[in-house]
Design a protein around this ligand. Structure first.
Ligand code: MG
Ligand code: MG
Length: 249
C-alpha cells in the first residue's frame, strides 16, 4: 500500500531533505585527491548531528556507516573507510536522514579532480536521466512513465540502467511502497496521486547493466568493472506536478 502524505507531512519531509542536501554540499567541498571515504563519512555524521537529525543508513540491515560511498565501478552501497580518493576517480555519495519521524534520501556522483570525458558524460547523462524521470511526476501519470523516461534517455546515450536496484516510496519509513524502477514500458503501475513521495534514483553504467556484490556483502559493482553513477532526489507529487524535497532551499 502506498502511504499518502499530507501537506504538513511533506513540509516535515522537506526539513529532512534539506539536511541531506546540506550534507551532500559539504561533502562535495571536501572531495579531492588524498581524502579518504571515511573522512567524508565523519563530516556527514557531524553535519547530521549538528542539525539534530539521525543518519538513516547506519544500522539499516546492519550497514555500518552514515554515507554510502561508491567509487568508479562501484554502483551503490560502498562502505566508507580507509580508501584514498585519487585524481580521475568518480564517487557516488548516497545519504539518508531521519528528522522528526520522516526520512529524506538523495545521492550524487562527484568528480575527483580531472576526470575522463567518458566519466564526465556518464555523470551528465545520469543526472539528466534523473531530471527526465522527475519531469514525468504529475497527477494522473503512471508510475512506469518515470521508469521508461529514464531508460529511454540513458539507452539513447549508449549507456545502461541497473535493473537489480530501484527507487522507492519514502516517508515514515526509508523504503516504502511503491518500487520505482529505472526501466520498463510506460503506462504501467499505479497512477500518481497528490501526496505520494518517491525517491527516484537512476544508477547508470557506462558498460553492461549487470552487477555483482563484493565480498563485503554490501558493495555493488558493475559486472564488467566499467564506471557507474547514481543520482537521487526525494520528490513529492503535488497539485502542480512535482516538488523536489532534497534541495538546499
Ligand atoms: Mg539514497
Ligand atoms: Mg533511496
Amino acid at each position: 500500500m502506498v502511504e499518502m502524505k499530507s501537506d504538513s507531512e511533506i513540509a516535515q519531509m522537506r526539513e529532512a531533505g534539506k539536511i541531506v542536501a546540506e550534507v551532500l554540499a559539504r561533502v562535495e567541498e571536501k572531495i579531492k585527491p588524498g581524502i579518504t571515504t571515511g573522512e567524508l563519512d565523519r563530516l556527514a555524521d557531524e553535519t547530521i548531528a549538528a542539525r539534530g537529525a539521525q543518519p538513516a543508513f547506519k544500522g539499516y540491515r546492519g550497514f555500518p556507516a552514515t554515507l554510502c560511498t561508491s567509487v568508479n565501478e562501484q554502483v551503490v552501497h560502498g562502505i566508507p573507510g580507509t580508501r584514498v580518493l585519487t585524481e580521475g576517480d568518480i564517487i557516488s555519495i548516497d545519504c539518508g536522514v531521519l528528522l522528526n519521524g520522516f526520512y529524506g534520501d538523495a545521492a550524487k556522483t562527484f568528480a575527483v579532480g580531472q576526470i575522463s570525458e567518458d566519466k564526465q558524460n556518464l555523470l551528465t547523462v545520469t543526472e539528466q536521466s534523473l531530471m527526465m524521470g522527475i519531469s514525468k511526476v504529475a497527477i494522473g501519470n503512471r508510475l512506469s512513465d518515470i521508469s521508461a523516461a529514464i531508460q529511454i534517455y540513458v539507452e539513447e546515450k549508449g549507456m545502461s540502467v541497473v535493473r537489480d536496484y530501484t527507487g522507492h516510496g519514502i516517508g515514515r519509513q526509508l523504503h516504502e511502497s511503491p518500487e520505482v524502477r529505472n526501466f520498463g514500458r510506460p503506462g504501467r503501475g499505479p497512477r500518481l496521486e497528490k501526496g505520494m513521495v518517491l525517491a527516484i534514483e537512476p544508477m547508470v553504467n557506462l558498460g553492461v547493466y549487470q552487477v555483482n556484490i563484493e565480498r563485503d556483502k554490501w558493495t555493488v559493482i558493475t559486472k564488467d568493472r566499467m564506471p557507474s553513477a547514481h543520482f537521487e532526489h526525494t520528490v513529492a507529487v503535488t497539485e502542480n506536478g512535482y516538488d523536489i524535497l532534497t534541495l538546499l532551499e
